[in-house]
Design a protein around this ligand. Structure first.
Ligand SMILES: Cc1ncc(COP(=O)(O)O)c(C=O)c1O
Length: 391
């Protein structure tokens, strides 16, 4: 293994970051030429672009006509926290986490909102909480795709359609790559920076009619900052869901999102986007199947993400080492690949177990992943060689 020679072929695009993710194939700054720059977002041109972003999102994701879609401040985090701060507290809450971002929402519910009746459900990296344990007559906050562990909810079967509580779902690394069962979800959030390769800064907040009902019938006990406020005098501010954003959006980011949505439509819509992510995951699955020194953090295929794919080194020599040593080894592999310019930003998330995380969402080309795989074997062999020298 130590004698693997450097591969000749390099990925045409080495960008495999889990966010901001690679731009769509063929993207250039020219795609933004029509941006309504230097114009008011309240002017006809600005407003119609924001409305178009909402309409095209609905069309591409298949969001029901009865659901509201709003563009809100502060990327996915803004959208999730806006929902949590506005909706929670009316009934008991279950918060569910199996990796770092979900844990962040647990902290919000328990330590920041200090909800009186809150239960937390947690699973370790690589696994998922058993949804059968969750009471959907309470409000439930969860992440559809755990970006830092590469574990996704397999489907919405465990969520009753006639639940009494609201389901608040952070779907930022799932939207446009995985099926989202709209009848099981009351709040869905995501950022443009993930699967579509757009820019951060703005969040998408999708609300079911029942979520709107809650907003109009319940006022939380805590103060809400202006950028979280979705109602006025007990009525939903409908304008937010027609492109009248709460505060000023970046029209450059809006143009870029419109470009990404147009690309998604042109290549065949949601089915094509999902198929691209699945095909990308397959490249990694084939590689893992052929190499006994590497495995998935998510061992069970039904919960394995097709976007944020997390890999661990399974070589017994390595597994026997300390956590720090394993981290150093994985970081060494990622940094060798970065130095060679063949893979950027593929180190595991800082709170996750040692390993690599390779984004497989739709904007990534399968051919680039195929070109990367021999490099992975090469970098691994190099690092193993270093380890032997040090021993
Ligand atoms: C599951 C999940 N939730 C929330 C976030 C935070 O997203 P943002 O930085 O767009 O607010 C991320 C970012 O990677 C994420 O993966």
């Amino acid at each position: 293994m130590a004698n693997i020679s450097k591969p000749d072929l390099r990925p045409a695009n080495p960008r495999f970051s889990s966010g901001p993710c690679a731009k769509r194939p063929g993207w250039s700054l020219q795609a933004l030429e029509d941006a309504a720059l230097g114009r008011s977002h309240r002017a006809k041109v600005g407003k119609s672009k924001l409305q178009q972003a909402i309409d095209e999102t609905r069309a591409l994701l298949g969001v029901p006509a009865t659901y509201r879609i709003g563009i809100v401040p502060a990327s996915d985090t803004g959208a999730v926290e806006m929902a949590m701060w506005s909706l929670l507290g009316a009934r008991g809450t279950d918060v569910v986490a199996w990796e770092s971002f979900g844990s962040g929402w647990v902290t919000d519910a328990v330590k920041q909102l200090k909800l009186a009746d809150v239960r937390k459900f947690e699973a370790p990296y690589g696994e998922i909480v058993d949804f059968a344990e969750i009471d959907f007559d309470r409000d439930v906050v969860f992440t559809w795709n755990g970006t830092t562990s590469g574990v996704k909810v397999p489907n919405g079967d465990a969520i009753p359609a006639d639940r009494a509580g609201l389901t608040i779902c952070d779907a930022t690394s799932a939207a446009f790559a995985q099926d989202l069962p709209w009848d099981k979800l009351d709040v869905v959030t995501f950022s443009w920076q993930k699967v579509m390769g757009g820019e951060a800064a703005h969040g998408m907040l999708i609300l079911s009619p029942r979520a709107v009902e809650r907003l109009e019938s319940y006022s939380p006990a805590w103060p809400l900052p202006k950028i979280f406020r979705m109602t006025k005098g007990g009525k939903l501010i409908e304008g937010i869901f027609k492109g009248e954003t709460i505060n000023t959006p970046s029209m450059l980011c809006v143009e870029d999102y419109l470009d990404a949505l147009q690309w998604g439509k042109e290549i065949g819509g949601l089915e094509a986007l999902k198929a691209r992510a699945d095909a990308n995951l397959k490249v990694l699955e084939d590689f893992v199947a052929a190499n006994d020194w590497i495995g998935f953090l998510a061992k069970r295929p039904e919960i394995r993400s097709n976007t944020s794919v997390c890999l661990t080194f399974t070589d017994p020599d390595l597994v026997a080492q300390s956590e720090d040593a394993q981290n150093a080894f994985a970081k060494g592999v990622a940094s060798l690949l970065e130095k060679e310019g063949v893979a950027l930003d593929i180190g595991a998330y800082r709170d996750a177990p040692a390993g690599l995380r390779i984004w497989c969402g739709a904007t990534v080309e399968a051919t680039d992943l195929e070109a990367l795989m021999p490099w992975l074997a090469w970098a691994y062999a190099q690092q193993k060689g270093e380890l032997k020298k040090a021993a």
